[in-house]
Ligand binder design. Sequence first.
Ligand SMILES: Cc1cc2nc3c(=O)[nH]c(=O)nc-3n(C[C@H](O)[C@H](O)[C@H](O)COP(=O)(O)O)c2cc1C
Length: 642
Amino acid sequence: MPRINSPAELEALREKIVSKRDPNKTCITLCSGSACHASGSREVAAKIDEEIEKQGLAAKVDFRKTGCHGFCERGPIIVIRPDEICYFQIKPEDVPEIISETIVGKKVIDRLVYNDPVTKEKIVRESEIPFYKNQGRIVFGSNVSVDPKNIDDYMAIGGYSALAKALSTMTPDSVLQEVKKANLRGRGGGGFPAGVKWEGSRNAKDPVKYVIVNADEGDPGAYMDRSLLEGNPHAVLEGLTIGAFAVGAHEGYIYVRQEYPLAVENVNMAIKTAEELGLQGKNILGSGFDFVVKVHRGAGAFVCGESTALMTAIEGRAGEPRPKYIRSNIVGLWGKPSVLNNVETWANVPLIINNGADWFTKYGTETSKGTKIFSLVGKITNTGLVEVPMGTPLKEIIYDIGGGIPNGKKFKAVQTGGPSGGCLPENLLDLPVGFDELTKAGSMMGSGGMIVMDEDTCMVDVARYFMEFLTDESCGKCVPCREGMRQMLKLLTNITKGKGREGDIETLEQLSETAIEAALCALGKSSPNPFLSTLKYFRDEYEAHVKEKRCPALSCKELIAFYIDPAKCNACTTCARKCPSEAIIGGKNLIHIVDQEKCTKCGTCFEVCPPKFRAVTKISGVPVPPPVPEESRKIVREGKQK
Ligand SMILES: Cc1cc2nc3c(=O)[nH]c(=O)nc-3n(C[C@H](O)[C@H](O)[C@H](O)COP(=O)(O)O)c2cc1C
């Protein structure tokens, strides 16, 4: 590829790329993000290639393997443009029909379109599907039209024009002021204003400075940074390069976890292509500005997402945090001023430079500007990645986009902010998502994990689960985190096992206070959040566990029992046949009984008991009724002999 030596040459190249593309030409876009790969998009892609060839359509049809489209629940996804016909859960065997019926015959295949689970309506166009229609995708939206391995696609949508603008028409200071004016707050955790952080580094005396992308993303259930980096790596790279120009850095790092192989592959390819084109390296676009980027693969420890631990890991040492008496934007990587921002934060930068801070601040609330990408997971109908303007109420995300709670269950809580975030109850569903709003309610934005829980979720067990995760992930450097969390986990585990004692809740509160005050880094300091928020909103559940040895959600194994209601049992034998531990005493025409000694509480009997009988129930906090006496176990069926 020939090197681009100026903004004018970049524009000329873009015009050439765009002029070769007919917007009315049929283009099949296939989501090829990690989630769709896992559900078979590679095989679908091979079949599309084969079928286009076989049906002689190579000149008439474009085929693009794009980044994640977001609706991961329904992958692999195909969108056929320009008509925007959207097909879900495509299998290789569907492909010949798609090509002959839809591409050639212009007919929609009914069985592959979106079937709204609520209205039962069939929806053909992507933009009309509630999951997409109710979002505001300014950052993530480009994923659907970009093949991350082909820089032409990024160019075609205006890629690198923000960098050209910054280098040719702005000064480092005016770039910085624009980002400050936009009030872009960090998308990876604390919501610190990016412009202020950059300014600190820029003003630091040391001439050697670094810029770094945090793509560690260790939160359970979160994958928005992965999808952005693997789906649109040039956007992150462009943002990083603009940031480097503003700060005065000539070297950057992308810290990405090893478990993200596709992100690593795509970002490495993007860097190589950008270097070949002169968008990285020496004298970028003829501006005299030099900048190179290296990829550092992280070993997958959650604590390495913390800024100082991450920098220590890049230096080749064990990833442990250090005290932040001096912030890392002043003394960071190898003791030099270093700006660390999250993937999504960097991806916002080209948009701000191209469209201006006034455009950006039109989205969001007074203190949280722009949009936020969330990974919406858990007990939710539409699992996937969603991007909404800051200030969108939780209810809209969960119901209008997420489609609500499946299987007729009731909403119980939503956990935001990753493992150190908090759980918010139903009466806070009107809360607008924003950094300060979530923190005030006892949770936090974090990097954008959003886990929805239904009525069957035990909130004490949720706190225990996150505490277990954090205890495992603690680096062990400071005592309040290493020892404090271990004690908290022990107490929470005991409570969920029915071994909780009076005073345990108060001890947990004291340990929380100590961790908040004395832990070295935010992992320890925020570790009590899941406990404190569940205690704040669901105290009655803690008390039921401790005082009555009862789990109100009927979830904690040690506190529940399965019981077959003799009045409802029809001796159909299903539960007895399916029970993996042979714990059901059954027999033809005999009321079935759960042998409580043998029962492992796997719940199979509960799940398989036919809905028309619903004879198996879960009980907690009360003794299991005695088994039906042998002489009364026979079921008398109408019109039949006893
Ligand atoms: C234990 C721990 C893990 C973290 N993991 C991440 C992460 O995976 N990605 C991220 O961007 N920030 C993470 N952070 C926050 C970072 O320390 C830092 O604040 C952030 O990368 C700064 O970027 P931002 O201002 O753009 O959000 C983590 C913080 C802690 C305490």
